[in-house]
Design a protein around this ligand. Sequence first.
Ligand code: NAD
Length: 354
Amino acid sequence: MSIAPLRVVIVDRHAWYLPEIEKEKFRRIGAEVVVGWAETPSRPAAADEGCPKTEEERRRLSRLTSDYVSLAETTEDEVIRMARGAVAILVVRADISARVMDALPDLRVIARYGIGIDNIDVAAAQKRGIAVVNAPGFCAREVADHTMMLILALSRQLTYLQDGLRAGRWPRAVSPLRALYSQTIGLIGFGGIGQEVARRAAAFGMSVITYDPFIDAVRAREIGVTPVGLDDLLGRADYVSLHLPLSAQTQHLIGEQQLALMKPTAFLVNTSRGALVDECALIASLESRTIAGAGLDVFETEPLPTNSPLLKRSDVVLTSHIGGYSDESAEHLRRMVAHTVAELLATCAGGARQ
Ligand code: NAD
């Protein structure tokens, strides 16, 4: 059955230029897919933002989400303009507020290219009868690998050793350098990613404890992971690693008080969302050596401002919110999101929005 002309718009400048995967999935239901920001005349400055000019450049870049991190955020007004008439919008990072929803009366589905949905006002969507979908689990293994990479870099003093070599020295490791097999990792959040990290950490010989109020403690114990309270975890873990969603309840879950509970030799690792951590409190605790260091893929403000004190610290390992990325996960993500939205549109296209 064809239900054309349904308009599906990719609204985010962090997304891809060529929506071949999406087009294939939506062809089945007769919907057209538009890369809103690439086709919007309201962005004459696009060329200045490093946008590719040739088809070949577009093709190459459409596979590399990382290249989009340097582009400016899409504003609410831009989303509204490019998504006019859309029944579904596909979004990576742009904020989708109640105002955006009210300005798009045909909108039935908001899809997040990712797991966290903290950039979407879900309560407002629910009130308006708009479905919100995400891509649970699409990159759990990549984020778990990335988390271990940060832990290994901190534990094996990668930054210090590499910087020393590059500066013409032959640096020796500095004590304390504790063997990973003697260390305890504390996972805050024990869902898809937390469990993948647990598996990897156990393979390195680490003891694994977790704090997650919503998990089956018996199941955790069965796989060798000890459930504990949050304060207990903070006091015991050599690596505190965050794997929970950002929400009003979890914002600044790790602040001054929690950092003060950590051991002075312990590291904080965050591959979830920047705002789970009070970044000012983190910087203060690094400065006062309340904790030993941090491994961060996510920040309260992204891209990380170039004047962030974090950039100057040798006790911090930093990456640019790339933990979930691999060619495999990007393709899986796009197929999963497009499939879910096409299914939803096929079933709810005729229904009126409340
Ligand atoms: P998930 O839903 O499978 O697991 C989240 C877990 O957090 C659940 O078990 C839940 O019970 C637990 N939780 C919720 N509130 C909690 C609280 N207050 N204290 C402790 N635990 C709590 O999600 P996931 O797939 O494991 O992803 C976790 C987060 O990782 C996502 O929400 C997303 O923000 C982030 N993420 C980051 C990247 C990246 O590129 N760095 C990629 C994907 C996901």
